[in-house]
Design a protein around this ligand. Structure first.
Ligand code: CA
Length: 238
C-alpha cells in the first residue's frame, strides 16, 4: 500500500469478511489512515508482533479465536494493554455491548454501521490518546498521575488502566469533590459528539474501581444516588 507522507495513523482491521475489510480499507484510506488487514486472530497477532497500530477495529465474530477472546488476551499483556480497540459486531444486544466493554474495548460499534460514524469514533479515540498534556503530576494521597508519562501509580505501584479509565480518572482527579451526572461525564471524558449509551459509563466506572480496589482507593469513586458520580477521598462525602 502506498503510504502518504506525514504522520498518518495506522488502523489494524481484524475482520474475517473480505467485503467488510475492503469497505473499511476504502473508508480509512479516504480519511488518510493507513490500513492493515488481518482476517483472523493469528494474522492479527502476527501484525502486532511486528509493530503496534494506532488503533484496532476488531470484529467480534471471528473464526476459531473470537474477537472478544483476542481482546482479553491483549489486555492481559503489557505491550497491548493500552492499545485502542473498537469492537465491531452484529450482536447489537446491550448484553454484548457491556461484555465487549468489560473485556476492555474502548468503544463498540454495532453492524451495520456507517463508515462516517465509525470514522468519527476513531477520531475521538485517537484524539483522546493524543491529548496527553505534559502537565505536572496530580496526586491524591499515595495516588499519583503523571500526565507526561501517562502513568498512574499508587504507593509507587503502576496501575494498569485502559485509555478510557485513564481519562476518566484524570477528569476525576482534576475535578475532585463535585458530583457529575453521567451526561456530564460523557461530555467531559468522551467528548460531546459521541453518541454512546450512558450505561457505558457505569462499565468504565466499574473497571476503574476494580483497578483501584487492590490499593484501597475504590471508594474514591463514589456513587451519588439518582445523580451520577463524585470522586474524592473524604468518607463524609458518602
Ligand atoms: Ca465476522
Amino acid at each position: 500500500m502506498p503510504r502518504t507522507t506525514g504522520p498518518s495513523k495506522t488502523v489494524l482491521v481484524v475482520e474475517d469478511e473480505a467485503a467488510i475489510r475492503a469497505m473499511l480499507r476504502v473508508a480509512l484510506e479516504i480519511a488518510d489512515y493507513g490500513c492493515i488487514e488481518a482476517k483472523d486472530a493469528y494474522e492479527a497477532q502476527a501484525v502486532l508482533a511486528d509493530a503496534l497500530p494506532d488503533l484496532v477495529l476488531l470484529d467480534w465474530m471471528l473464526p476459531e479465536v473470537s474477537g472478544i477472546e483476542l481482546l482479553r488476551r491483549w489486555r492481559r499483556r503489557a505491550e497491548t494493554h493500552d492499545l485502542p480497540v473498537i469492537m465491531l459486531t452484529a450482536k447489537a444486544e446491550e448484553e454484548s455491548m457491556i461484555r465487549g466493554l468489560e473485556a476492555g474495548a474502548d468503544d463498540y460499534v454495532p453492524k451495520p454501521f456507517s463508515p462516517r460514524e465509525l470514522l468519527a469514533r476513531i477520531k475521538t479515540i485517537l484524539r483522546r490518546v493524543d491529548a496527553a498534556p505534559a502537565e505536572a503530576p496530580i496526586s491524591l494521597g499515595g495516588l499519583v498521575m503523571d500526565p507526561a508519562a501517562r502513568a498512574v501509580t499508587i504507593g509507587g505501584q503502576l496501575l494498569g488502566l485502559g485509555p478510557t479509565e485513564y481519562r476518566l480518572l484524570e477528569f476525576f482527579l482534576t475535578h475532585q469533590g463535585r458530583a457529575y451526572t453521567r451526561g456530564q461525564l460523557l461530555d467531559n471524558v468522551w467528548g460531546g459528539k459521541v453518541r454512546i449509551d450512558e450505561r457505558t459509563i457505569d462499565v468504565h466506572i466499574r473497571r476503574l474501581r476494580k483497578a483501584l480496589a487492590p490499593h484501597g482507593y475504590a471508594d474514591c469513586v463514589q456513587t451519588v444516588r439518582g445523580y451520577g458520580y463524585r470522586f474524592g477521598r473524604d468518607s463524609s462525602a458518602a
